[in-house]
Design a protein around this ligand. Structure first.
Ligand SMILES: NC(=O)c1ccc[n+]([C@@H]2O[C@H](COP(=O)([O-])OP(=O)(O)OC[C@H]3O[C@@H](n4cnc5c(N)ncnc54)[C@H](OP(=O)(O)O)[C@@H]3O)[C@@H](O)[C@H]2O)c1
Length: 303
């Protein structure tokens, strides 16, 4: 999270935070023209594990970079409340917010329990609803929100015609999205979910469902925040060599940080409610026949 209030020169009113420390956001901007160097305000780095977060901050300090730190578990409402209260008291608001926390089991593409699926959906999708409730009110007018989605979040990942239709509806509601997620979870619980309802024979299905829900929710969030000229976008960062991909990918973390930083600091404020590809291209999220869906073969061929 960070600020983007270009006409505000009061640094104390700028708040910038990352959800996670060992992700491309942080390491992707340790050097060169990264966020921590370019952003003229307070940058918060957060992590669910206090010890690891503080260790990451110490590493950044060695490089002369000075983010603030706060613990944040996006699935723990009390943790978000503590963070919210801290930011409110210290800085009054947030100018830019990056929702980046996620989990994916990329070593088991098809085999997982209901509990694992539920955990993935909770972290990757349901947490955004709590963040929206508690942190969005702190985002200042003309601010920016970036939801880190995935190619798994494009509508072309869905093969079920009913859900393609419902998620494409211009009058989509949060209830529709929650029903979509719960349809999947119920199917897993009952053993009735057909993997062919998704692209790529349903690989990493819980992650795919959660990211589609996140990108759909982004469109709704934009509508809700339009009157305050806040931009809300979701993006696919590319296949990046991180823990999540077991080190597989065509991008390193520095390269992967370029488009997010562009969206946070350089893109026109008029870029709103978009689904953005790792090369800055704005894609048609509704194009369900497109070839943008995640293909698990890439995890093997990029090795
Ligand atoms: N890498 C890729 O190729 C790729 C492709 C498409 C999209 N993405 C997206 O890019 C973002 C960053 O992914 P990454 O590749 O950097 O993955 P990563 O290395 O696994 O990092 C994910 C981060 O999320 C944190 N996290 C998990 N649960 C959390 C929770 N409950 N509260 C707070 N933080 C939590 C993890 O913290 P811990 O260290 O405590 O586990 C970890 O730092 C994710 O949204 C991911 O879905 C990545």
């Amino acid at each position: 999270m960070l600020r983007a209030n270009n006409d505000d020169s009061d640094a104390s009113s700028w708040t910038c935070c990352h959800h996670n420390f060992n992700c491309f956001w942080t390491y992707g901007n340790l050097d060169q023209d990264g966020l921590l160097k370019r952003f003229d305000g307070v940058v918060y780095l957060t992590s669910r594990d206090d010890g690891r977060g503080k260790a990451a901050v110490a590493k950044l300090n060695e490089l002369g970079l000075k983010p603030e730190y706060h613990q944040l578990d996006v699935t723990d409402k009390e943790s978000i409340v503590r963070f919210r209260d801290h930011i409110k008291e210290k800085y009054g608001g947030i100018d830019i917010l990056v929702n980046n926390a996620a989990v994916a089991n990329t070593s088991e593409l098809y085999s997982y329990s209901y509990e694992e699926a539920k955990n993935t959906i909770d972290i990757n999708y349901y947490s955004i609803l709590t963040i929206e409730e508690l942190l969005f009110p702190l985002v200042r007018d003309n601010g920016r929100i970036l939801n880190i989605s995935s190619n798994c979040g494009h509508l072309s990942n869905i093969r079920n015609e009913n859900w393609i239709k419902r998620l494409s509806n211009k009058n989509l509601t949060e209830n529709d999205i929650n029903e979509f997620v719960n349809w999947y979870l119920e199917g897993i619980k009952n053993g009735t979910f057909d993997l062919n309802e998704l692209a790529d024979a349903g690989s990493i299905a819980p992650y795919r469902i959660a990211k589609v829900a996140l990108s759909a929710k982004t469109i709704l969030q934009q509508k809700e925040l339009e009157s305050r000229n806040i931009s809300v976008n979701s993006m696919h960062p590319g296949l990046v060599r991180t823990d999540m991909t077991l080190g597989i990918g065509f991008y390193n973390t520095d390269q992967a940080a370029e488009t997010p930083i562009y969206l946070l600091l350089d893109a026109p404020q008029s870029l709103k409610g978009a689904y953005v590809w790792y090369d800055r291209k704005v894609l048609d999220w509704y194009d369900y026949k497109a070839d943008y869906y995640f293909k698990s073969v890439n995890l093997i061929t990029e090795k």
